[in-house]
Design a protein around this ligand. Structure first.
Ligand code: GLA
Length: 437
């Protein structure tokens, strides 16, 4: 009888405890490194330790990169108790040892699994083992889980990811939850309740067309991103060799503008000075990590020439001029007009939610920035804009209120006129930060 009462009590506790994620683990977009883009299945303890060492010695850690994530292929089977088995040849000391090593470097440790029966490389997935795996990860000292969608068959995406969220929560160790379901089931609509970032598209490849078409798909998703829940256009290819350095600068700039997670995917132990200068451009990283957490929106789109604007804290902003085309473009840029852009804000997520999102910055930028209509709230505009907007519409500032910094030249722009011609080589960007004087 006593056992019956205990079971009922446990059941009531489980049913009544609110489902939630670990809130507040990704107030700004996560930064780190993942093995997949460069090394695919060729992962090992030795490689991961080498990358952790290089993360520190290269200066990447000081620039803000934090997570070392092992992607697919570390797991080989399950034992008779259902425990996941780590490849004993490639990881001879097991995952706890590796986690301890990574932690000893002041870094955090991430791992990978899938919501389906198998991972994308047909290793055992977590379906049916969610709570057991979550406990195992917690025991090992895992800080970040990338959770894929292979082997999922007819599973419901939100339910499957919510199950793992709950399993992680019950296991008791704060773990960043990276939803990798490729945008198939509109994860931007439910991702913030469930995890800290969600992939919005299929996999990136190391070439211009792949990168720019993924970028294009983020255009309408800005309103869904914000502190603790980010659109993830996939990991960086910077330094992997398939694009020019100029294209990698563009790739990195766009990801910073999008407030995308910055997960490097190159060989950190063998970086050229150009790759280092891109990945460790601290002024660009500051745009990405801005505390407002607002994703850039497209302000102008003219025949391959685009202007993107990302509002920043303290009524600053980053403006990115992008030449998407294959031809050189000379564009007349009106800095007075750019200075005057006021961005609208609206609340997408409900004020309170299972994840407690409402309390920590639910307001999102809605409509793209408009000059003419500035001051007219977009439909559904927020009653309470986020901190940084002072509880009101952003004030009307002008060029005189700012100095303008070129974030790749690392110097202030000296403007003789308010409008100037700027040359943009094919696939190239210019990024300016409007800094309050
Ligand atoms: C999927 C994911 C990739 C990578 C591979 C590993 O394709 O989208 O990012 O994790 O699986 O197999």
């Amino acid at each position: 009888m006593k056992r019956f009462y205990i079971s009922v009590l446990v059941l009531i506790t489980v049913i009544s405890s609110p489902a939630q994620k670990f809130a507040g683990l990704a107030k700004t977009p996560p930064m780190g490194w993942n093995s997949w883009n460069k090394f695919h299945c060729d992962v090992s303890e030795e490689l991961i330790m080498k990358m952790a060492d290089a993360m520190v010695s290269s200066g990447m850690k000081d620039a803000g990169y934090e997570y070392i994530v092992i992607d697919d292929c570390w797991q080989v089977s399950r034992d008779e108790n259902g425990e996941i088995v780590v490849d004993p040849e490639r990881f001879p000391h097991g995952m706890k040892y590796l986690a301890d090593y990574i932690h000893s470097k002041g870094l955090k440790f991430g791992i990978y699994s899938s919501a389906g029966t198998v991972t994308c490389q047909r290793r055992p997935g977590s379906r049916g083992y969610e709570f057991q795996d979550a406990r195992t990860y917690a025991r090992w000292g895992v800080d970040y889980l990338k959770y894929d969608w292979c082997g999922s068959s007819t599973q419901n995406a939100k339910a499957s990811y919510s199950l793992m969220r709950d399993a992680l929560y019950r296991a008791g160790r704060p773990i960043v939850f990276s939803i990798c379901e490729w945008g198939s089931n509109n994860p931007w609509e439910w991702g913030a309740e469930v995890g800290h970032l969600w992939r919005t598209t299929g996999d990136i490849s190391d070439n211009w067309n792949s990168m720019i078409s993924i970028f294009e798909k983020q255009k309408d998703l800005a309103r869904y991103a914000g502190p603790d829940g980010w659109n993830d256009p996939d990991m960086l290819e910077v330094g992997n060799g398939g694009m020019t350095n100029e294209e990698y600068k563009t790739h990195f700039s766009l990801w910073c503008m999008l407030a995308a997670p910055l997960i490097a995917g190159n060989d950190l132990a063998n970086m050229t000075p150009e790759t280092k200068a891109i990945l460790m451009n601290k002024e660009m990283i500051a745009v990405n990590q801005d505390t407002l957490g607002i994703q850039a929106t497209c302000y102008r789109d003219d025949y391959g020439y685009q202007i993107w604007v990302k509002p920043l804290a303290n009524n600053e902003k980053a403006v990115c001029l992008l030449n998407r085309s294959d031809e050189k473009k000379t564009v007349l840029v009106n800095f007075e007009e750019l200075a005057r852009i006021r961005t609208m804000v609206r609340r997408f997520r409900p004020p309170t939610g299972a994840a407690g999102i409402g309390a920590t910055g639910a307001a999102r930028m809605g409509a793209p920035a408009q000059t003419g209509a500035a001051g007219v709230p977009a439909p559904g505009a927020a009653a309470t804009p986020p901190a940084g907007f002072g509880g009101q519409r952003p004030p009307q500032l002008t060029l005189a209120d700012y100095r303008i910094r070129d974030l790749w030249e690392h110097k202030d722009l000296i403007l003789k006129e308010t409008s100037v011609y700027i040359e943009l080589q094919p696939h190239m960007v210019k990024v300016y930060r409007f800094i309050r004087k």
